[in-house]
Design a protein around this ligand. Structure first.
Ligand code: ASP
Length: 333
């Protein structure tokens, strides 16, 4: 029987009603005790790493999770992390950069309703996650509502429905039907994972609204090493408001600027319109193409944790990790 380590980090799945609202209370041992079917899938060890609402989870916790998996890696066949849904996509992306090429499954799951509620998705999600962790499913993934989503491609798209996550610009890795994993795609992996232990969290994000000027971008760029700008459609910047001078100034100051889109699907394509092409041709900003904003954020933190060299950082940004970006590959073909 496979040996799986369950690592608890909190979230709704482990929450109970308190006087001030739902808060993570249950231990991983208590979670496992509530789902007896898990004993038929694998041997389970339980670990309490964190017990947080995922709103409170950040880069230091991602490093803690990666370190925990690194320490335990040889002792287990797979890993399940229970995690709040709100920032699960960010954590999944971050772990995909911190633990690259894992041949063993690293599966994140959680729930929209606590495990103690009469109607809950907790038990099915946990059972599916264990099934996946005990299968041949390399890399980091999110298992939720019977879907298996690549860690770098996940986004929370519904705040309340059980169908909380979608895979953005990439197919699901598989689905679970009647408790059987139907795997459509096998993620590439190495014989041993490469672990990283540094992130630079000085990465900010600004979302454009019509009529905005450069002031917010300036404010964020003064305080950070990289700025992601979520612009409109396939991408561009308003020609009023000083944005082009802003970009030129901060690029010369050695900051990374990445243009992406507010639109959920199909990604950026800055070369299409005049408002975007100038940014690429004259100002050499980076663009996210088909990457999610969650993945762009985590990737920039990972890159800037490794290097301050702008040219190398840009090269790393466009180098696919765990199939996070497909466009440049397609353009070269
Ligand atoms: N606020 C919770 C969290 O992210 C929501 C959830 O788990 O579904 O921790």
């Amino acid at each position: 029987m496979k040996k799986i380590l369950l690592i608890g980090t909190g979230g709704t799945i482990a929450s109970e009603m308190t006087a001030s609202g739902l808060a993570p209370e249950l231990s991983t041992r208590q979670l496992v005790a509530l789902v007896p079917a898990l004993a038929e899938i694998c041997e389970t060890d339980c670990m309490e790493l964190l017990n947080l609402d995922s709103t409170n989870i950040g880069p230091l916790h991602w490093l803690q999770m990666a370190r925990c998996i690194q320490t335990q890696y040889d002792a287990y066949d797979g890993f399940v992390l229970t995690h709040g849904t709100d920032t699960m996509a960010y954590t999944a992306a971050a772990l995909s950069y911190l633990i690259q090429g894992s041949p063993k499954p690293i599966v994140l799951t959680g729930a929209q309703k606590p495990i103690g509620f009469e109607t809950t998705d907790s038990k099915e999600n946990l059972t599916d996650a264990f099934r996946c962790a005990a299968s041949d499913l390399p890399g980091v993934s999110i298992v939720f509502n019977h879907q298996v989503i690549l860690g770098v491609r996940a986004r929370k798209t519904h705040t309340k429905s059980f169908q909380a996550f979608a895979s953005i610009n990439y197919p699901n890795l598989g689905i679970l039907r009647d408790g059987v994993l139907l795997r459509y795609i096998r993620q590439d992996c190495l014989s041993k994972p490469v672990f990283y232990d540094r992130l630079n969290s000085r990465v900010a994000l600004v979302k454009l609204v019509p009529g905005m000027d450069r002031a917010q971008a300036d404010f964020l760029l003064e305080r950070n090493d990289a700025l992601i700008i979520e612009s409109f459609g396939v991408g561009g910047l308003p020609e009023q408001g000083g944005f082009f001078d802003c970009v030129r100034h901060w690029r010369n100051a050695g900051k990374l600027l990445v243009l992406t889109t507010q639109v959920a699907n199909e990604g950026s394509d800055l070369g299409v319109y005049h408002v975007g092409r100038r940014l690429k041709d004259d100002l050499q900003v980076l663009e996210a193409y088909d990457m999610t904003t969650e993945a762009v954020t985590a990737k920039l933190m990972w890159i800037l944790g490794q290097t301050q060299d702008l040219a190398l950082a840009e090269q790393l940004f466009y180098t696919p990790v765990a199939r996070d970006i497909l466009w440049p590959v397609r353009n070269q073909a």
